[in-house]
Ligand binder design. Structure first.
Ligand SMILES: Nc1nc2c(c(=O)[nH]1)N[C@H]1C(S)=C(S)[C@@H](COP(=O)(O)O)O[C@H]1N2
Ligand SMILES: [Mo]
Length: 216
């Protein structure tokens, strides 16, 4: 077998590999919005512990408290009457899929914080959910201009499978930092790792730094 046969075989193997492993490369403009190791999702995948607590507007409550000067609790009507913000944000799941321009509507976390007045010692926020899920984020990151308690997706009530009636959205961190079925926000002084953070996920979870797992 001469040299060109070897090359041809190599090329055929490569072509076969490409055929069986198709890669849809996003265009350049979109690639720059994709954090390292992420690919664009088809549709909007659903990912959670598999528990979808049923929403009853009569009994639903949201609490914000802990180290705060004015801990508060809202029922559904009170929460829905808070000022609404609509924004589009990219969503990055640690398992490798991203979705661009998810259209959320809801209440800015910064508005909630202004109402409950976290004490100066409060440095972290623990999000608590109806399925028992929790996740922790530094207070300074929660105060970002795009951090929302979302109750709408694409202008419609947030569907249960995406965390309805209300979920956190913290666009700058991996999606596990955005708790679905939100029931509480707890201001704490000392960091308190959440469900996945205790099971080996990175404590910070910045997709642009590939902070996926502890040690990354
Ligand atoms: N309450 C709750 N929130 C959760 C989770 C969960 O299991 N329970 N999973 C997290 C993870 S790992 C991801 S990727 C996103 C997925 O959100 P989606 O189902 O709307 O795509 O929700 C996050 N928030
Ligand atoms: Mo995730």
């Amino acid at each position: 077998m001469d040299d060109s046969d070897t090359k041809t075989k190599g090329l055929l193997r490569l072509m076969e590999h490409r055929r069986t492993h198709p890669k849809t490369q996003p265009p350049d403009e979109e690639r720059s919005r994709l954090p390292p190791g992420q690919r664009l999702a088809q549709g909007f995948p659903v990912l959670d512990l598999g528990i979808h607590p049923v929403f009853d507007p009569k009994t639903w409550r949201l609490k914000a408290g802990g180290l705060a000067a004015r801990p508060l609790e809202w029922n559904w009507d009170e929460f829905a009457a808070l000022p609404k913000t609509v924004l589009a944000a990219d969503f990055h799941c640690v398992t490798g899929w991203s979705k661009f321009d998810v259209a959320w509507g809801g209440v800015l976390f910064s508005h909630i914080a202004a109402l409950v007045e976290p004490l100066p010692v409060a440095a972290h926020v623990v999000q608590e959910s109806a399925d028992g899920y929790t996740t922790n984020v530094p207070l300074k990151d929660m105060l970002g201009p795009d951090v929302l308690l979302a109750y709408e997706l694409d202008g419609k009530p947030l569907p249960l499978e995406h965390g309805g009636p209300v979920r956190m959205v913290v666009p700058r961190l991996y999606a596990w930092k955005s708790a679905k079925f939100l029931t509480g926000l707890r201001f704490v002084e000392h960091d308190d790792p959440g469900y996945w953070e205790r099971r080996g996920y990175h404590n910070e979870g910045d997709p642009w730094k590939s902070q996926r797992y502890r040690g990354d």
